[in-house]
Each structure stands twice: as C-alpha cells, then as structure tokens.
Design a binder for this molecule. Sequence first.
Ligand SMILES: NC(=O)c1ccc[n+]([C@@H]2O[C@H](COP(=O)([O-])OP(=O)(O)OC[C@H]3O[C@@H](n4cnc5c(N)ncnc54)[C@H](O)[C@@H]3O)[C@@H](O)[C@H]2O)c1
Ligand SMILES: [Zn+2]
Length: 448
Amino acid sequence: MHRKLKAPAESPARGADPEVRATVTAIIDDVRARGDDAVRELSARFDGWSPERFRLGPDEVEAIVATVPAQVLDDIRTVQANVRRFAEHQRASLRDFEVETEPGVLLGQRNIPVAAAGAYVPGGRYPLVASAHMTIVTAKTAGVPRVAACTPPIRGQVPAATVAAMHLAGADEIYLLGGVQAVAALALGTAGIPAVDILTGPGNAYVAEAKRQLFGEVGIDLLAGPTEILVIADAYADPFVVAVDLLSQAEHGPDSPAVLITTSADLGRQVLDHVARILPGMPTRDYAAPAWRDHGQVIVVDDLDAAYALADEFAFEHVQVLTRQPREALERMRDYGALFLGEGTCVSYGDKVIGTNHTLPTRRGARYTGGLWVGRYLKTVTYQEVVDPAASVALGRLCGRASRVELFEGHARSGDVRAAKYAGDPLPWADAPAEAAPPAQVTAEVAP
Ligand SMILES: NC(=O)c1ccc[n+]([C@@H]2O[C@H](COP(=O)([O-])OP(=O)(O)OC[C@H]3O[C@@H](n4cnc5c(N)ncnc54)[C@H](O)[C@@H]3O)[C@@H](O)[C@H]2O)c1
Ligand SMILES: [Zn+2]
C-alpha cells in the first residue's frame, strides 16, 4: 500500500516519443546520404555552428586549454585520477584465462579493447565536463587505441573546460559537434570524421534515441538519457538534505524525474515544504521547476520492504538511500543504475567527482544493464585448441552424432575426418558418396 503526497503531472516516459524518433531517423538518413554536407547544415540549424572543420587541431586545443583557470585544470586532473583508479580496479577484475577442461582440450578467454571508440560529451544546456572523464578516461584505461570525442558548442561558444577535460583525458580526436549529427557521423563515418566501433556517453532524448537507432551498425554502451533520481528515506533522514538532493537532479532538464519514497508522511510533507521554498530561488529553476512540477513525486509507503520493492519497479538511474541502515539496500535491491548509501554521499558526488562512472541507464534500462564501465570497451572473446589427438577423436565422434541429430551432415563430417585420421574410424561417405543414407530425423509423436 502506498499513497502519493505529490503525483506527477505526466506519467513517466517509457521509450522514445514518436516525434523524437522521427526527427532522429530523418537526421541519420541525411548524414548517411550526404555525409559532411549534412553534418554542417544540421549543426548550423540546431547549434548555430558551422565551422570549416569540426575537428580541433593541436594548436587550437592548446590555445583553448590555456584559457582555463589553473584551479579548474587541477580539479579536472584530480577527478580524472579518481575515475581512472576505479576503472583500473574494474579492469583488474576481468581476467584472461585458459583452462584444460579435459585432458588435451584447451579453452580460453581474452578481453580485447575495441579499435575505436566515440565519446559523446553532452553540452546542450550545461558544459558537462565530467562526462569527458567518464567516457574518455574509461576507454583509455581499457586500452582503446583511438578515442574520438565530440561535444557541442554552447550557444555558439567553445566550452573551454570541457575541451580541456577531453584533452587531459587522452582523447585522440576532439570535435566541436553535438547532437544526433555528431552521433551519426561517428557511427557511420564521413570524409571528415572516420567511423568508430562503439559509441558511448550520455545525452538528451535525441542523443539516446540516435544511439538506439544506430545500434547494430555500431556498438553502444547503453541508453543513458535524461537523468533520474529516486530517494528512499525513513524518519531518520534530514528533510532539508532530501529536498536539496532531489532538486540537484531535477535541474538537469525539464524531463528529469525526481521521486521520493518514504516511510514517513511527516518527512514527505517537510520535503515538499523545503522544495517549495528552495526551488523559486534556484538559478536553474527554468529546468528544475518544470521537472519537479511534471515529473516530481512523493510517495509514502508502510515500511522499507515496500520502499525497496517500489524502488525496484522504478528501476531508476540513481537511487539514494537516506535511512538508518543504508547498506541494507545492497541486499534488498536489484534494479538501479547506481546506489548512493547514506547522507555522507550524494548523486552529485557520483556525477562530478567521486570516481564511479556517471553514465548510467535511464528509463528502466537498469533492469538489464549497469552503467558504463571499462568492460564495455572490451570484447570478451574465446578461443580453443585440442592438443591431444585422443581428445579430438572423442570430440569428433560426439560431434558426428550430435550434428546428425540436427541433420547437419557437413558438420558431422568435420568430426568424422578427425576420428578417421587419428583413430582409423571408417569414412563410409568418403568411400561411397552415392550410397550414403540421408540421416533420420529424431522426432516424437505428441498426443493431442
Ligand atoms: N544517464 C546519464 O548517465 C546521464 C549523465 C549525464 C547527463 N545526462 C543527460 O544528458 C542530457 C544532456 O542534454 P543536453 O540537451 O544538455 O545536451 P546534449 O549534448 O545531449 O544535446 C544537445 C544537442 O541536442 C540537439 N538537439 C536539441 N534539440 C533538438 C531537436 N529539437 N531536434 C534535434 N536535435 C536537437 C542539438 O544538436 C544539441 O547539440 C540531459 O538530459 C542529462 O540529464 C544523462
Ligand atoms: Zn546529475
């Protein structure tokens, strides 16, 4: 049982809205057909930006980095070190291995970095400096040799701190280009922007939909669309902190939902009061106010069991747990992009500084994936070798029988020839090809 102290004005978005889907298809088709000419026109139309070249040369990068204050550069280095350290631990958790599963049978696994990754760094509303760390540092930690990074100009201006972060993260190519046209160019390749093998990074609904439509022709990390926050709080939580944290994510954009699930109706009411008081004075209220009005919710539940169960149904990108025993959520919850345990941390730490990746699944993608991590830039591939002829004979006979059950005579013969070569098994089909009987299908009558 639960009741809503504040219901959303709009039901939560699931999947792309048809207008976004159609716009994105048209842009991708245009880039596919006309390459760089289309990219230039689209960038002019959506971002008022159509330079001779979208790629920044080394001198331009150097000049832009030189305009960034030293403290900002220092902080970028500190945060990138945090992201790199965590990514290195993740990399170390992935092993290449080879096992002898039976005498003479060697099976192995290797993790191979993709050759080229595209890193999308959002910048429509805010210069998302931190996204550069998340995609580029992580790709480089995985060992990706070529990382091509894109970010849009912001209202015709070069986002200098973002470019500095891209450069310090180790991007091999930096393009001032955003939106669907950037994603399509990276995925499909143009004369000026060579294609990549995987596209990664967060973005608005258009960018996320573009990745969805291009998936297959190019790899993607996950659909990391408009940010979501869900707070689980009991009577122990500080309602002021809860209100501040909910609004911290509502400011991402008017389509960013913020949801509180609480066991305390009293806390819920206090949070609503604080929000009403703080929101009008927020410099980012143009985004945060409609986000809260249309997508904000405060839900009261009977107990924490109900809170965890309901939170799993939301399967939100960020889940912050402000309860007496926050670590309990580790055992109790299944569906979230990232968990933030206790008052000592918050989603903003994850977004900006702490070192876990902020590129996370939205719109219930957390049911089937976690966020971006070093493993996304690696392909886990397998190999095999049989070094004992006796083992190949046993496998060859097994393969012959197993393949004939499936009526795959050609597959069966690859097993037969090895059993013949190493153990002298007869090859009736080779000696008398015309007389070989067709295999009998294994079927059963099923009573109606
Ligand atoms: N899920 C995550 O991990 C995560 C992390 C950080 C940020 N985000 C999200 O990233 C998003 C960033 O969005 P943003 O808009 O600021 O930057 P963005 O870079 O994603 O998108 C800006 C681009 O969108 C294109 N665009 C805008 N309106 C368009 C239209 N009507 N038709 C076609 N193209 C259009 C423009 O080309 C522009 O360059 C936010 O929604 C934020 O919540 C998500
Ligand atoms: Zn955020």
